[in-house]
Write a protein that binds this ligand. Structure first.
Ligand code: FES
Length: 85
């Protein structure tokens, strides 16, 4: 399944998630880091889906994936660093 177009080879390059609006996975991850927690709130920040809408399922996956990653980072950060005896 095609999930976008990479600007270059390798994972350090951005990938177009929304080809119509030229929105990359990096921009979506940044929007999630800035507070977008749903596809709806993401679409309020970025003009995703305004044309064909093919980007929306993968954008939704990115929101869920990146939100889960951020929750895990917060949990790891706030977890007690000692073991009870
Ligand atoms: S790919 Fe996003 S609106 Fe067409």
């Amino acid at each position: 399944m095609c999930r976008g177009i990479r600007r270059g080879l390798g994972s350090r390059f951005d990938m177009y998630v929304c080809v119509c609006q030229k929105i990359t996975d990096r921009e979506i991850r940044q929007a999630v880091a800035d507070g977008a927690r749903s596809l709806h709130s993401l679409c309020e920040q970025l003009p995703l889906g305004g044309c064909c809408g093919r980007c929306l399922p993968y954008a939704s996956e990115l929101v869920a994936e990146h939100s889960a990653h951020q929750r895990q980072l917060s949990a790891d950060c706030c977890a007690p660093s000692f073991q009870a005896a």
